[in-house]
Write a protein that binds this ligand. Structure first.
Ligand code: UDP
Ligand code: MG
Length: 312
């Protein structure tokens, strides 16, 4: 069993999380456990704090330190790649995820579940609107099987981890990718708690950006919608323009509509706007092709000096 914990500037609460919450639960587990802490480029004393933890001295723990902040999703990815256990549990380090359900997760896994995901019983998140918008957008753009309230607190089987490790996209949302893999999942309803210390690093703005990114990488619908709007505007203004031209200027206004030059002008401008939207959508299609291809870079960079391993 490997426990993957992404941390970023958690010096205030990390010791309490590791020693008081996680450690007692892990001690009682029947299986061998290792802990992989991925330090996502913290610039506080998080790593030193972890080095002094009881859990670090008593259990198999290692720290994988990034050279800079790459974001939680990448940290989780690195942790899963690094995990050696026959199942991997990922959990936040801020104390919001109830560690008590780890034994139940493992039980379900032993009974055959490939993925066991904790979901929020009630939506208690502070980012209610952002998360509603996120799930709404995901569903609108064709990601129908995304479950609202899924936490990044889950167990995945070795098989799932192996498949996950094959995915190469840079713009990634771990839970989205794991859902995409399609293995059968089981859910455990939980109540999230308050942070031990500090504040969440995912601001409203960052959540929205994440939503936009994962939507754009998951589907082309937004792009296509603007293309369609462009086509619609172009066609409508084309016909309207022709109508004005013929009715007013060629036939001498038999319907007595008496449209001014400004009207004709605005119709002409909408026509151009439509053309611009269409050409923009076409350009974006090419860019999205390039984007798909340009995934050569490594997802993260490890700082060997800061990383360490204690083996028991
Ligand atoms: N985290 C991380 N990199 C980041 C931001 C956060 O590894 O850039 C870690 C953080 O230390 C915590 C977990 O991801 O263990 C969840 O972060 P946070 O509590 O800020 O997010 P939220 O609970 O709002 O999802
Ligand atoms: Mg949190």
């Amino acid at each position: 069993m490997t426990i993957v914990v992404p941390v970023f500037n958690e010096e205030g609460g990390i010791r309490r999380f590791l020693d008081e919450q996680l450690f007692p639960v892990l001690l009682k587990l029947p299986c061998r456990t290792e802990i992989v802490v991925v330090d996502d480029g913290s610039n506080d004393k998080t790593i030193e704090k972890i080095k002094n933890c009881k859990i670090t001295k008593e259990m198999n723990l290692r720290i994988l330190a990034f050279s800079r902040n790459f974001g939680k999703e990448i940290a989780l990815t690195a942790g899963i790649r690094e995990a050696g256990g026959d199942a991997v549990i990922m959990i936040d380090a801020d104390g919001q995820h109830p560690v008590e359900i780890i034994p139940e997760m493992i039980l379900r896994w032993q009974e055959g579940a490939k993925i066991v995901t904790a979901i929020r019983g009630r939506n208690t998140t502070k980012h209610k609107i952002a998360s509603k918008m996120y799930y709404g957008m995901m569903r609108m753009t064709g990601n129908k099987n995304i479950v609202p309230g899924e936490l990044d607190f889950r167990l995945i089987d070795r098989v799932v981890a192996e498949e996950f490790n094959k995915l190469t996209e840079r713009n990634r949302l771990t839970r989205g990718l794991i859902d995409w893999l399609g293995f059968k999942q089981e859910f455990i309803k939980v109540k999230t708690k308050g942070r031990i210390d500090g504040r969440p690093t995912y601001s409203f703005k960052r959540l929205l950006a994440l939503a936009g990114d994962s939507m754009a990488s998951a589907s082309r619908t937004p792009l296509v919608i603007f293309g369609y709007i462009g086509v619609f505007i172009t066609i409508v203004s084309l016909f309207l323009g022709l109508f004005i031209l013929i009715q007013q200027y060629i036939m001498g206004d038999p319907l007595h509509l008496d449209w001014s030059g400004a009207v004709a002008m605005s119709v002409f401008i909408s026509f151009l706007v439509g053309l611009v939207l269409i050409s923009q959508a076409i350009t974006a299609l090419y860019i999205s092709q390039i984007h798909v291809e340009s995934k050569g870079r490594p997802l993260y960079v490890i700082d060997r000096k800061k990383s360490f391993k204690v083996s028991k």
